[in-house]
Design a protein around this ligand. Structure first.
Ligand code: ADP
Ligand code: MG
Length: 681
């Protein structure tokens, strides 16, 4: 599609309107063509006043003016025009601030009207309406697009601009290889773009949307796959001897999801194409164990493995876990963070360089210039969202062609995973290991907290621990601190003699670490924390999570926080304390939390409640501004697009075949899309 011609060419679009359109992302005629209506106004059939219902109070019909009258309003007189439609039903047209209509709407004149009516004391009235002289002008017999608007833009301006752009840029060329139209039952793009704006039936609008959504998803997958290559072909692999040794030493069986994920990863590691896989599963779903198994697999083949965690504390925890679980397999494990210095650092670096260390666990210190490996084959990245692209690339440079496993404890719906992680394969641990007791969740009204304090007190008397979490309110943290400090002294009075600590973003790292250590060692019974402080450690005896102002947290955050308890076989509790005047959305969120502990279900609800942009967070939301496709409803299209993109890339990664020329051109033009796709990973 010609892309240079400005939207200001269109009739009725001056500088002011153009600025408003820019806010909607439209600067050219081509942008206008790719701007999707948010709904349609079906005016194919005349709807007289009598046909309006509660569900659909709209009318579109001819009327004849019967009489004029005034009725007093606060701002002065208002014109009231009484008219009748062709059925003879009377309608009062209230012309607020439009007294001038009296001239035009002369007695006996005929008009076409469109709008929504209401019935007040048996009388039909309308106050927001369109009046036109002819059927055509009012759109009768047609389906009209309804666009999102901004500022002073009107639907009419948008419709005119869309019609103009479609006319001027015709004929619109195909955007996909010839064969795909037939094979996938897609509309030609010239028809699809016309039909998305001016469909002749609702079914046609639906087919146009499917075509354009597919194209958008397909091009996105294609641009990523072209950079990253397709996922490895399946290979048959068997567990290595150390893997089997670890498996037989475990006091439990792996869940089916763990077994499947372990196999998927093993197959990737044994393939000739470097792995790029996401392993997602809730906290406690057993990701780390799967990661260790795969690490052993690679080590048995003679490679080195790096395991990276976002904080020193987490890295330490993983190192301890690895030493315990993997020590007996005889592999050599090392631990590196920024605070490993001097002679011990020198020795450590030496062992990585000469290959005497098989598995290194650490923080971003692993990226440091001075770290190099003899044969880094595999990198495991825990909580992958906490690392940036550069960091990951730095690590990959240390092991060219090394496979990557990104782990995420933020479950996201499959549609979102496939889109956000185009170019990744995805493994999911959905079921939790047996024996976990789901956390019991209570909604507690702000002014009704006595029972809650009592229950938490009972837990203290059993030697259990608790978290009290406050939301972060402003970036400066001043008022957060005041709130959380106030709560802290309140709780000290509520629980006299029970040891506790306040932990917040203003504390030095050293101090935070000490508090968390003391909590782990049970020198403290509860922590009062701002949400900034991610209590990312595993405390088996912590059985209570109290979240204040729970209505201010998103579902993902609530779920993560709740995941901090219920880490053992002890029954545990989550109290969501909420204030008055809950919004509908907040109510919906809290009731989801009460109903389920399944992180994937929660994520799906979250997607429904908030939409994809918010879910993915700022970092990724730009990428998710899909024009046509929907991440809530188009899972089948997403899978189809991904499959087709993989097929094309597998057969013709350079897009050199004649039939793929159209794709090569589109990707070259849409460099923007590619750049965006790159940024998010
Ligand atoms: P994640 O990394 O997903 O948060 P972990 O791998 O740390 O989860 O597992 C949490 C705990 O559950 C660990 O103590 C681990 O040993 C244990 N675990 C892992 N898999 C199983 C299983 N299949 N059955 C029982 N316990 C398991
Ligand atoms: Mg973990």
């Amino acid at each position: 599609m010609e892309s240079g011609r400005r939207i200001t060419e269109a009739p009725g679009i001056g500088a002011v309107a153009a600025r408003e359109m820019q806010a909607l992302g439209i600067t050219t005629l081509a942008d206008m063509i790719r701007f999707s209506p948010r709904a349609y106004d079906d005016r194919r059939e005349e709807r007289t006043v009598r046909m309006a219902t509660m569900d659909d109070p709209s009318i579109a019909c001819r009327i004849t003016v019967l009489r004029h009258s005034d009725f007093p309003t606060r701002s002065g007189r208002t014109l009231k025009v009484t008219a009748e439609d062709d059925d003879g039903t009377h309608l009062e047209i209230l012309c607020f601030n439009r007294y001038f209509l009296k001239q035009q709407l002369s007695l006996g004149s005929e008009w076409y009207i469109h709008g929504k009516i209401q019935r007040v004391r048996g009388i039909y009235q309308i106050s927001a309406f369109e009046l036109k002289r002819t059927r055509e002008e009012i759109g009768l017999g047609r389906i009209l697009p309804v666009y999102p608007l901004s500022g002073k833009l009107t639907e009419k301006m948008m419709r005119t601009a869309a019609a103009y752009a479609l006319r001027e840029l015709s004929p619109i060329e195909d955007e996909l290889p010839e064969r795909m139209y037939g094979e996938l039952g897609l509309m030609r793009h010239r028809d699809a773009y016309r039909a998305i704006h001016f469909p002749s039936t609702m079914d046609e609008a639906g087919r146009a949307l499917r075509t354009l959504s597919f194209t958008e998803l397909f091009m996105m997958e294609l641009s990523v796959l072209r950079e990253k290559g397709t996922p490895p072909a399946k290979t048959r692999s068997v567990p290595s001897s150390r893997e089997r040794q670890l498996l037989s030493s475990l006091p439990f069986r792996l869940t089916d999801d763990q077994l499947r994920a372990a196999e998927e990863i093993r197959e990737d590691l044994d393939s000739s194409v470097p792995m790029n896989r996401l392993l997602q599963g809730d906290v406690g779903s057993g990701k780390t164990l799967v990661a260790w198994l795969s690490a052993l697999h690679e080590i048995d083949k003679g490679g080195q493995v790096a395991f990276m965690a976002p904080t020193e504390l987490l890295a330490r925890q993983h190192a301890d876990g690895a030493a315990e679980l993997l020590g007996k397999t005889g592999i050599r494990i090392a631990f590196i963070t920024g605070s490993v210095k001097g002679e011990s650092r020198r020795l450590l670096l030496e062992s990585l360089r000469n290959g005497t260390t098989d598995l290194v666990i650490g923080t971003h210190a692993l990226f440091s210039e001075d770290v190099s490996f003899r044969n880094l084959r595999y990198a495991i990245i825990d909580e992958q969202h906490r690392f940036g692209v550069q960091q990951r690339e730095a690590l990959m440079r240390k092991g060219p062609g090394c496979g990557i496993l990104s782990m995420s404890a933020t479950p996201i719906p499959r549609s979102l995973a496939l889109t956000l992680y185009a170019g990744y394969s995805v493994s999911t641990l959905r079921t939790m290991p047996q024996g976990r007791i789901p956390v019991k969740t209570y909604l507690v009204r702000d002014d009704n907290r006595e029972n809650m304090y009592r229950s938490v007190g009972v837990e203290f008397s059993r030697g259990h621990q608790a978290y009290f979490v406050y939301p972060r309110i402003d970036d400066e943290g001043e008022s957060d601190l005041r709130d959380v400090t106030g709560m802290f002294s309140f709780l000290q009075k509520e629980y006299p003699g029970i040891p506790s600590a306040l932990i917040h973003s203003k504390l030095a790292d050293e101090e935070k670490m000490k508090i968390l250590r003391d909590f782990r060692d049970k020198k403290l019974s509860y922590l009062v924390a701002t949400s900034v402080v991610e209590v990312g450690i595993d405390i088996p005896d912590a059985t209570c999570m109290v979240i204040e102002h729970a209505e201010r947290f998103g579902l993902a955050a609530l779920h993560q926080l709740r995941g901090r308890v219920g880490r053992s076989t002890l029954p545990s509790y989550c109290f969501l304390v909420y204030g008055k005047n809950l919004t509908e959305e907040a109510k919906a969120r809290l009731s989801v939390m009460k109903e389920t502990t399944d992180g994937f279900l929660i994520a799906e609800k979250d997607l429904e409640i908030r939409g994809p942009g918010d879910i993915a967070g700022d970092r990724q939301s730009g990428f998710l501004h899909l024009k046509f496709a929907s991440l809530t409803g188009d899972l089948d299209l997403i899978e189809l697009a991904r499959g087709e993109a993989e097929r094309v890339i597998k057969e013709d990664i350079g897009l050199l075949k004649a039939e793929n020329a159209v794709l090569r051109r589109a990707l070259a033009e849409g460099g923007r899309t590619t750049a965006k796709a790159e940024r998010r990973i």
